[in-house]
Design a protein around this ligand. Sequence first.
Ligand SMILES: CC(C)(COP(=O)(O)OP(=O)(O)OC[C@H]1O[C@@H](n2cnc3c(N)ncnc32)[C@H](O)[C@@H]1OP(=O)(O)O)[C@@H](O)C(=O)NCCC(=O)NCCS
Length: 170
Amino acid sequence: MTVLDVRLLGDADVDAYVALRREMLADTPWSFLATPEDDVACDPVGLRARIAQDQNDIAGAFDATTGALLAVAGFGRMQRQKVRHRVGVWGVYTTPAARGRGAARAVMTLAITTARGWDGVRWIGLSVSDEAPAALGLYESLGFELWGTEPVAMVVQGRDHAELHMALEL
Ligand SMILES: CC(C)(COP(=O)(O)OP(=O)(O)OC[C@H]1O[C@@H](n2cnc3c(N)ncnc32)[C@H](O)[C@@H]1OP(=O)(O)O)[C@@H](O)C(=O)NCCC(=O)NCCS
């Protein structure tokens, strides 16, 4: 059984994250709005700047034996005054060989617990492809509720994909 070390990523984790980010965009392109060409999180400089911001983090689950990064969940607070009660979750992914062992649940739980500690946060939102049943099951099991569907949220290689918008109200 893999023992997981679950924590927020820091500067030293940037290279491992960028490699996993590139992997996720290739693995399930319909699950992520970004492509490698236009993605800030694929760029080590952009990523460092993002996680250096206050209340803008990435939770990661590492193999406690090998140190390999297995799963991630990005989350950040909206900065402008009128929307500071909202946190957005992005880039939830577990590398295929590590799936089904609680890694995504662990990073999502750390993200939710951390965001709950940010004063004034009332809403944790995310969007999930209607072709990602595992992700949908994960979010529902954590208490996220569906509030809307965007029928043509993205077009991947000429095919339309819908997204489900979900939120956890605190
Ligand atoms: C969705 C994903 C992150 C789940 O990662 P994981 O580490 O395998 O998930 P976990 O083992 O932590 O499982 C947590 C919960 O997710 C749900 N789940 C996981 N795999 C599932 C599957 N194949 N079918 C249905 N539900 C599933 C279950 O509710 C599970 O809880 P349980 O084990 O108590 O039943 C992973 O499948 C993945 O990376 N998919 C591709 C990318 C993606 O769709 N990302 C989401 C973007 S919004």
